[in-house]
Design a protein. Structure first.
Length: 320
């Protein structure tokens, strides 16, 4: 892997989540709005006590998504349809009014050259609306589009928001290493977009699966950040829902470091009893008792047709 460029700055030191520490499972085996579509990611509106889940149809390649709004226990409160956005593997929520926050998610699902598979190329910001529908290529001004103007950007942007620092973390395919992370102040992004002129708080390469000691079958499944640290989820589903769960991993990286460095890799057994268990999504949950690192799992509970449930676990111990 090519060496990553030196970070533009150093973000202030912070505490980090203890990946083998205490936690809980506030959302367990909940059916979302569309039971035949699998949960891919989620994020919290900590101001109004809601979770927003993104679902995609297994095997589809059109960028269509369902977004489900729930309470903090996973009870469905509403849903919204999104066309031609992305796969939905990461998202951020910017609280505004009850039931109507701003959603940050990848968009522009298309092939930019002949013979290549479609992918996302921009970040989209829009208002969530219960029973709403947005077509990315016919959004009539309801979506603010953020082209990625970073010099090392290729495609596949994946956003996440730290509700404690109001920072936007972006995972993307880069030119100087296979995958990269960049951290921005959210207000800076709203003012200037995501360009080479936008102040980058810090950026670094992601370790490869080999550097993490993982196999190629341990897929990236989610990303978020808290303070100076980024957290990622890896793993995959078993071949059949009745097969034992495959290993899944929580990873902690220091955004003030570069290259293949890693702080912790934790093989989690959370949700091991779920049928067809597959890790899906990460988010920071801001609560009155302190921050929580939340990570999700999709469970395939039936086949022919496939049906899914969503679960969310968290870690709450901090150190440093």
């Amino acid at each position: 892997m090519l060496a990553a460029p030196t970070a533009n700055a150093v973000v202030p030191t912070s505490q980090y989540f203890v990946l083998d520490g205490a936690g809980g499972d506030p959302v367990l085996r909940r059916r979302l709005h569309q039971p035949y579509w699998a949960m891919q990611s989620f994020a919290y509106d900590h101001v109004h006590g809601h979770i927003y889940f993104v679902q995609t149809k297994p095997g589809s390649d059109n960028g269509d998504l369902w977004m489900t709004r729930t309470d903090l226990s996973g009870n469905v409160l509403g849903a919204m349809a999104l066309h031609s956005f992305d796969h939905g593997s990461s998202m951020g929520i910017e609280p505004d009014t009850p039931g109507a926050p701003y959603v940050w998610i990848a968009g522009d699902w298309q092939s930019l050259s002949s013979g290549t598979a479609p992918n996302s190329h921009k970040i989209a910001r829009f208002k969530y609306v219960d029973d709403g529908l947005i077509d990315y290529f016919n959004h009539q001004g309801r979506v603010r589009e953020f082209p990625i103007g970073l010099s090392d950007f290729v495609d596949c942007p994946r956003p996440s928001i730290d509700p404690y620092t109001n920072r936007l973390l972006l995972r993307y395919m880069g030119t100087t290493s296979p995958w990269r992370l960049a951290l921005f102040d959210l207000d800076d992004v709203k003012r200037t977009g995501i360009t080479s002129a936008t102040r980058i708080l810090t950026q670094r390469a992601l370790p490869t699966n080999a550097q993490l000691g993982l196999s190629d079958a341990d897929h990236f499944q989610g990303v978020t950040s808290y303070g100076q640290y980024a957290y990622l989820s890896y793993g995959g589903p078993p071949a059949r829902p009745t097969d034992p769960a495959k290993p899944s991993y929580l990873v902690r990286l220091d955004m003030n470091k570069t290259g293949g460095s890693v702080e912790d890799i934790y093989p989690t057994t959370a949700g091991n009893s779920l049928p067809g268990r597959e890790p899906q999504g990460m988010a920071i949950w801001r609560t009155s008792s302190g921050p929580r690192l939340a990570f999700g799992f999709s469970a395939k509970v039936a086949t022919g047709p496939d049906q899914f449930e969503a679960s969310v676990f968290y870690k709450s111990d901090l150190a440093g």
